[in-house]
Design a protein around this ligand. Structure first.
Ligand SMILES: C[S@@+](CC[C@H](N)C(=O)[O-])C[C@H]1O[C@@H](n2cnc3c(N)ncnc32)[C@H](O)[C@@H]1O
Length: 127
């Protein structure tokens, strides 16, 4: 969280993957001034995504019940991001463990690869 806090700047557009229940998003909201709490500074954007429901948070837009590996989620992100551009992509995602090591490892790798695609803008033009 400290590293994230140092990485994100005011006015940045942040995507928080695996955002529920919302702790990282709270820090991001403060860091990028997405509520406009500091009128002297530019405002950023925070978009959180999770399979689970996320309680509303002032300054953040949450895509609850969304799967980051689903292209539909990427299309929604493109609509929500100013200029369809993210400055910071955070991930604290962890798949639900099934107990089958190989399957869980596979899920985790798929998740990581999806995020790499997202940073490269491979899906739906996000850059
Ligand atoms: C460790 S928790 C995140 C805690 C959160 N970062 C916070 O600060 O409160 C991991 C989250 O990853 C989410 N997750 C797992 N797979 C996901 C997926 N494919 N798409 C979106 N979220 C996912 C889980 O639902 C879970 O809420």
């Amino acid at each position: 969280m400290v590293i994230m806090s140092e990485t994100a700047q005011q006015r940045d557009n942040v995507i928080d993957c695996g955002a529920a229940p919302g702790a990282w998003s709270q820090i991001a909201v403060q860091r990028v001034n997405s509520t406009g709490a500091n009128a002297e500074l530019p405002r950023g954007t925070v978009i959180g995504i999770d399979l689970l429901n996320i309680a509303p948070l002032d300054g953040a837009h949450f895509l609850s019940s969304h799967d980051i590996t689903d292209p539909f989620t990427h299309a929604r992100l493109q609509d929500l991001l100013p200029s369809a551009k993210a400055d910071v992509i955070l991930s604290d995602m962890a798949p639900n463990a099934s107990g089958c090591k190989d399957m869980d490892k596979e899920k985790l790798i798929t998740m990581c690869l999806t995020l790499i695609d997202l940073t490269k803008g491979k899906q739906e033009g996000i850059s």
